[in-house]
Design a binder for this molecule. Sequence first.
Ligand SMILES: C[S@@+](CC[C@H](N)C(=O)[O-])C[C@H]1O[C@@H](n2cnc3c(N)ncnc32)[C@H](O)[C@@H]1O
Length: 223
Amino acid sequence: MGASAVPIKRAYKGAAMEGMLATWYARHTAKLAADFEAEARRIVAHLLPRARVLEVAPGPGYLAVELAKLGPYRITGLDISHSFVRIASEHAARSGFDIEFRRGDAASMPFPDNTFDFIVCRAAFKNFADPIGAMAEMHRVLNRDGAALIIDMRRDASNASLKAAADGARLGTVAALLTRLIFKQLRKRAYSSNDIQRMAATTPFDTADIRETSIGFDIWLRK
Ligand SMILES: C[S@@+](CC[C@H](N)C(=O)[O-])C[C@H]1O[C@@H](n2cnc3c(N)ncnc32)[C@H](O)[C@@H]1O
């Protein structure tokens, strides 16, 4: 069988976040700077100085850069999108931080076992074609006593909470309406807390500590 006959399995659900779509996403989420800063502050409360941190699917790299601003952490990002690896690397360099962004699949990470003290993955887990594979990889690359935090939307988020979140982003009427529609689309591929527990049970994590938020949840996985 020739190489061209080998089926290529897509690593993500939905559209490839490349080219113009990646540029649009980077511009749009740049407006959420205060959210990324708050998220970073929340995360560093769990980090020791010089901790090795992996952000899985960092997109434009805003959270990774906010983390770098808060301490001498050794930060790496891993994303499937060529465009985002470039955009995130440029953003880090412009901000004066040495962050390595690599291209790769969350379900097949290019890192040795026991490499990171902390893993964060925001607004991306529901996009993975192989979420259980990604969870298992998080376990493999975490150090003993390390923790992973997955932040994502919940499948059972109510319409009212999606509206409140879109309105709360202070985007203007049309953009808020569009954001609500996008939220509703994304919710279709999101998971429930039960789904997450079932997935965790098939990985060496065994169990997840889940804290539900307005439209999403924080999923804590401890090695
Ligand atoms: C909605 S964006 C979120 C980006 C960023 N975490 C944020 O909070 O803005 C989803 C990200 O998941 C990445 N992604 C999707 N499937 C992936 C996979 N299998 N492995 C690594 N990254 C993946 C996309 O390239 C994109 O950067």
